[in-house]
Write a protein that binds this ligand. Structure first.
Ligand SMILES: NC(=O)c1ccc[n+]([C@@H]2O[C@H](COP(=O)([O-])OP(=O)(O)OC[C@H]3O[C@@H](n4cnc5c(N)ncnc54)[C@H](OP(=O)(O)O)[C@@H]3O)[C@@H](O)[C@H]2O)c1
Length: 313
């Protein structure tokens, strides 16, 4: 497993990370606890040392599970996210220091770590980012030695830009071949600030694996049931055509092309994977391959093809 620096932090992390939203049973529907443990163990066995989670995943159960599973597993790094008040029904976004302090202490306990490696604000709005208080609170945690690095998991380029201007150590954002625009928009700010970048939703929630038919349905408790209208879904499937020419030589599948697209970007510190089984994890690790992930010329042509199919690059 190759490593990359996590931006200006001193951490060297595996360039593939294990994301745990899908393993929590939230978002994509139920999953057996046996398979969850197997996926985490398999990630460790293949050399993944970076684990992405949040206090909301399984209402804290995912952090608790990582806390147990990673104990005694050697040097591993955990990224967690806070900023949702789970005591409210429905849960409410909160970034005031009083809430963040309680949330952090609970996460720290569930993760069973004296020092949490990376803590991110979980999807703040641009309005929430106008207050200095949330990031100042995380800076204080860092100064007190309770966390190693801090930052923001951003749902838009505007939020990511605001975070980078506030000199965060790390940003996390969606970055994939059909949604390259947010990272491309803030690429200059990332380079200037030296922040680490965690790229999530590398497969666009599974779409980029290229296995879906136009009439695919999702179970009601799967977030993908609400994500696209049928017409948007069909448009998305058509846009996959832009990626098909990348499947050549040692790029053996659309899934491989999608993953390699992310790894080919030197701004990315780690690609946060979302496998829901050991088989899916193994496929991703195998197909990631080695640098050079994609030919430079392949990327130039890709950009033009994506634009033709209406993807903002
Ligand atoms: N706001 C945030 O901070 C935020 C938001 C989203 C995600 N994240 C983090 O990023 C991680 C990944 O995000 P994501 O769930 O959007 O990731 P993703 O990789 O784009 O999508 C995950 C889905 O891709 C499919 N998949 C995974 N491996 C596959 C394989 N080998 N072959 C075919 N399909 C495969 C699975 O769908 P099927 O179930 O259909 O097989 C899986 O549920 C999350 O677990 C979480 O840690 C953070």
């Amino acid at each position: 497993m190759r490593k990359r620096p996590l931006g200006k932090t001193t951490l060297q992390v595996s360039e593939l990370a294990l994301g745990t939203w899908g393993l929590s049973g939230d978002g994509y529907g139920p999953i057996s606890s046996v398979e969850v443990d197997r996926v985490i163990d398999r990630a460790l066995a293949v050399g993944i040392d970076l684990f992405d989670t949040a206090d909301v995943y399984g209402r804290g159960e995912m952090e608790r599970c990582l806390g147990k599973r990673l104990q005694g597993a050697g040097a591993t790094f955990v990224v967690t996210k806070i900023g949702t008040d789970l005591d409210e029904l429905p849960p409410k976004k909160r970034f005031d220091p009083a809430h963040l302090r309680t949330a952090f202490e609970r996460s720290q306990e569930r993760l069973a770590r004296d020092v949490v490696d990376v803590v991110l604000l979980h999807n703040p709005t641009v309005a929430a980012m106008r207050s200095k208080e949330p990031l100042d609170f995380l800076k204080e945690l860092k100064q007190a030695g309770k966390i190693r690095a801090f930052g923001v998991s951003a749902g838009s380029a505007d939020v990511a830009r605001a975070a980078l201007r506030d000199e965060v150590d790390v940003i996390e954002l969606a970055y994939n071949a059909l949604l390259p625009g947010d990272l491309h928009e803030v690429a200059g700010d990332v380079s200037e600030s030296g922040a680490g970048v965690l790229a999530r939703s590398v497969l666009a929630h599974g779409l980029l694996a290229g296995h879906w038919s136009p009439d695919r349905d999702f179970y009601p408790d799967d977030h993908r049931a609400q994500r696209w209208t049928r017409d948007e879904f069909k448009t998305r499937l058509r846009q996959l055509d832009a990626l098909r020419p990348l499947v050549t030589g040692n790029v053996v599948s659309l899934r491989a092309a999608a993953l390699r697209f992310v790894l080919a970007n030197h701004l990315v510190s780690s690609a946060v994977l979302g496998p829901r089984s050991v088989a899916q994890l193994d496929q991703l690790v195998r197909e990631a391959g080695m640098p050079p992930y994609l030919r430079d010329t392949a990327l130039t042509d890709l950009s033009a093809r994506l634009k033709n199919l209406g993807v903002t690059t």
